[in-house]
Design a protein around this ligand. Structure first.
Ligand code: OAD
Length: 235
C-alpha cells in the first residue's frame, strides 16, 4: 500500500469507545451524569464547591488507573501505526486508554484526567494522586490551587485551531461511540461532510448526526473489523 492512494482518515472518539473497558459513558442509564448535577461537577462552578468536584474527579482518576484499553483502542492504534496514509485521532475522552493502546498521537479536546493545572501559574503537571485543598503546585509552590486539566462546560476546548487546519483534507471521518450532543465535537461530522469527507458512525444506536453510513454494534467488534478491512486494501 502506498500513502498517495490512501485518503486522510479523521477519527473522533467519545465515551462509547471506552465503555467496553468498564468506564461509564455520560448519558443514558447508569451514565456518569445520571443522578448528578452537571452544573456543579463540570462547569467553573468548581469555585463554589471545590471539594465536591475534586472528589468526583479523584474517584474517576483512581478508577481509570485500574482499567485497560479494549479492542477498539487497540484497533485504532494499529490503524495509526500501519495505515500508509494519515490518521488523525481526536478524542472527547479524558482517559489515557488510546495512549496505553499505543496510539502515537491523540488530540484530547476535553483535556486529560491524568494531568492537573495550577490556577495560579497555569503549569500543567502529571497527576495520578488525589487532588485536595492541601495539594501543592510543584512549579510555583502554591497550595490549594490545582484543578483537573479538563475542559468544563463554559470553557473553550483545546486544539480547535490546529485541528481545523490539520483535518481539512480528510476524506473519511469516523465518529466512534459519541452521542453527538456536545458542541463543538457534535458539529465535526457536518463540517467534514461539507468539505467532502465520507462520514461513518460507529455506535450501538444512531445519533442525531448526519452520516453517510451507520455501523451498529459494540466498538470493540465493529472498529476492529473496519480497521482490518482498511489495512487489507490493496495499493
Ligand atoms: P455520551 O455518554 O453522550 O455518549 C456515549 C455514546 O456511546 C452513546 O451514543 C452510546 O450509544 C455509545 N456507546 C456506548 N457503548 C458503546 C460501545 N460499546 N460501542 C459503541 N458505542 C457505544 O458520551 P460522549 O458523546 O462522549 O464532556 O459525551 C461527550 C461529552 O459530554 C463528554 O466528553 C463530556 C460529556 O459531558 C465534558 O465533560 C465537557
Amino acid at each position: 500500500m502506498n500513502a498517495s492512494s490512501h485518503p486522510h482518515i479523521v477519527i473522533l472518539t467519545g465515551a462509547g469507545v471506552s465503555a467496553e473497558s468498564g468506564i461509564p459513558t455520560f448519558r443514558g442509564a447508569g451514565g456518569l451524569w445520571e443522578g448528578r448535577d452537571v452544573m456543579e461537577l463540570a462547569t467553573p462552578a468548581f469555585q463554589r464547591n471545590r471539594d465536591l468536584v475534586q472528589r468526583f474527579y479523584n474517584e474517576r482518576r483512581q478508577d481509570l488507573l485500574k482499567k485497560e484499553p479494549n479492542a477498539a483502542h487497540h484497533a485504532i492504534a494499529r490503524l495509526q501505526r500501519e495505515y500508509p496514509g494519515r490518521v488523525t485521532l481526536v478524542t472527547q475522552n479524558i482517559d489515557d486508554l488510546h495512549e496505553r493502546a499505543g496510539s502515537p498521537e491523540v488530540w484530547h479536546i476535553h483535556g486529560e484526567l491524568l494531568l492537573s493545572r495550577c490556577e495560579r501559574c497555569y503549569e500543567v503537571q502529571h497527576c495520578r494522586e488525589d487532588l485536595h485543598s492541601a495539594s501543592r503546585c510543584e512549579h510555583c509552590g502554591q497550595s490549594g490551587r490545582l484543578r483537573p486539566h479538563v475542559v468544563w462546560f463554559g470553557e473553550v476546548p483545546y486544539h480547535l485551531g490546529d485541528l481545523d487546519i490539520k483535518t481539512r483534507d480528510a476524506r473519511i471521518f469516523a465518529a466512534i461511540g459519541t452521542g453527538g450532543l456536545v458542541y463543538p465535537a457534535a458539529n465535526f461530522a457536518h463540517i467534514a461532510r461539507s468539505l467532502g469527507a465520507r462520514c461513518i458512525e460507529f455506535n450501538l444506536e444512531p445519533s442525531d448526526g448526519v452520516f453517510d453510513e451507520f455501523i451498529e454494534g459494540p466498538a470493540g467488534q465493529t472498529v476492529t473489523a473496519w480497521v482490518d478491512s482498511l489495512l487489507k486494501q490493496p495499493s
